[in-house]
Design a protein around this ligand. Sequence first.
Ligand code: AMP
Length: 123
Amino acid sequence: MYEQDMQRNETIFGKILRGEIPCNKVYEDEHILAFHDISPAAKVHALVIPKKLISSVNEASEDDLTLLGHLQTKIPEIAQLAGCDKHGYRVITNVGPNAGQEVFHIHYHILGGEKLSGLNPKL
Ligand code: AMP
């Protein structure tokens, strides 16, 4: 399943990028798009994706250094536009099945707008 998904170029985020399905946009430029998550896990939950298809952090290469650096340095502005910059926020990217990655187009979750629970529920 994981291998098949990784090899498939077609993802829901590809459809959003091509304008085939709508999104609630937060920010867009030539290289990246940010939009609100359809099923928010916090009061504010935005996703940031590069327009280039990279399946996950595992598939990022040195060719992607500038693009992913750009994406990451835009996160504070996107958090501000989404309304969660004031008191801090969390940035997460899931990789593969153990992390629960569902969409195989690299994306960074920005979670905030409220106090978030700790990362380790076992503690
Ligand atoms: P992940 O589990 O890390 O692959 O995250 C995928 C995220 O994409 C989940 O949080 C979903 O709620 C979100 N998602 C799926 N489809 C859409 C959509 N059409 N618009 C916005 N967010 C979506």
